[in-house]
Design a protein around this ligand. Sequence first.
Ligand code: FAD
Length: 414
Amino acid sequence: VTAADRTVVIGTGVAGARCALELRALGYSGEVTVIGAERHLPYERPSLSKGYLSGTRGVSDVLVAPASSYEDSGIQLLLGRSVTAVDPASRRLTLDRDAEMTYSNVVFATGSSARRLTCMGAESPGVHVLRTIDDADQLRSDASPGSRAVVIGLGLIGAEVCATLVERGLEVIAVEPDAAPLQRLVGVQVGARLAALHAENGVELLLGQSVHAISSAGERTDVHLDSGASIGCDLVVTGVGALPQTALAIRAGIPCAEGILVDATGASAVPGVFAAGDVAQAYVAHRAAALRVEHWQAAGRQGRSVAQAVVGAESGEDDVPWFWSDQYDIQLQVLGWPDRDARTVVRGDLEALDFLAFQVREGRVVAVSGIGRGRELRRAANLIRTGAECKDAELMDVGVDLREMGTPHRSKRP
Ligand SMILES: Cc1cc2nc3c(=O)[nH]c(=O)nc-3n(C[C@H](O)[C@H](O)[C@H](O)COP(=O)(O)OP(=O)(O)OC[C@H]3O[C@@H](n4cnc5c(N)ncnc54)[C@H](O)[C@@H]3O)c2cc1C
């Protein structure tokens, strides 16, 4: 197949889908083809560990857009198909079954895959990861109320899975090497409060502990810890991070570090090659660095930004990353660039789950997490973007409007 002007998007996650839809919204008149290895219409993953896993939401509730949106705007979806090679010199790509296609622009929106444990027995039956709808379907069908689950890793996905499974009536034991859940994102102090929340809701937490091996016999699985203890269970869920899917881009000779290196608009150094979403490591002006973000909001925004770059429109706003996490009846939100070594300064009442916790480094706010104060949390975006110096007393004072704080010191930012 050849075409004078065709943009091919690889990946049907939120970044790929938003890119394609935005191209049409901007009046792009070339062909738009979106190729995705999964057989589902483009969908959003956040619900997979929340409502979709609990069964309160179905596939149609998690779609980026209904099928008609693609049909009506003449976007060709090739689902259940994988791109196996890209040749930027000839602007040609290869799909499985040896099909070939030319392009004028190609967008890598290949996302991440679930990182797997590497210990002995990690591939045993009964050990789940959670990245796709198919993973969530399998987990839900195995997670019968009354059974016992071990969740390994208390990052964003592991913590949400604990909450959903315990609410579903499972006995849940969580194993985490750090001292607290979500410690990498929210720090130890907020993490400790989240640990108490999980314990109050019935999750047994084994913190500061690592898994050494997994074994299975028939229906039963055993998780063996470094401490020498073993936990027998019916199923295991691992939430130990995600890996950007850069292999295709690396083989194509596109510059990659942790992710595919792109400028603020999503353009790589290779003509006609763009990247968006989890796989992109995009330049962020206010950090003066190329950084990878694994959040739903950033993926959608970057997808739209690439579409703007393709049509030559204004693109690449200097965004501060933001994500949310639903656990039990609370919603945690995090804004900015979490930093393990930052100090925590709390505004509000951490114990009552009504707070903002600022992560402060060298007198500047780098990130903020919070529960029950979403609007106020968003007001910290400018403090983070400008790297303004802040006084602890003002951060702690609920009477001080975050939009009015600090003086910008662009050149002094850490
Ligand atoms: C269970 C779960 C819960 C989450 N909850 C939250 C949350 O609460 N808040 C939040 O902000 N973020 C959350 N996230 C993260 C968020 O979903 C991701 O940041 C987002 O999905 C990234 O979108 P993406 O389009 O870049 O990539 P992905 O969603 O990973 O999509 C990439 C797609 O590309 C396909 N693909 C890869 N290689 C090829 C190829 N060679 N050929 C064809 N197709 C290919 C993949 O199969 C996949 O379908 C969650 C993620 C998960 C898994």
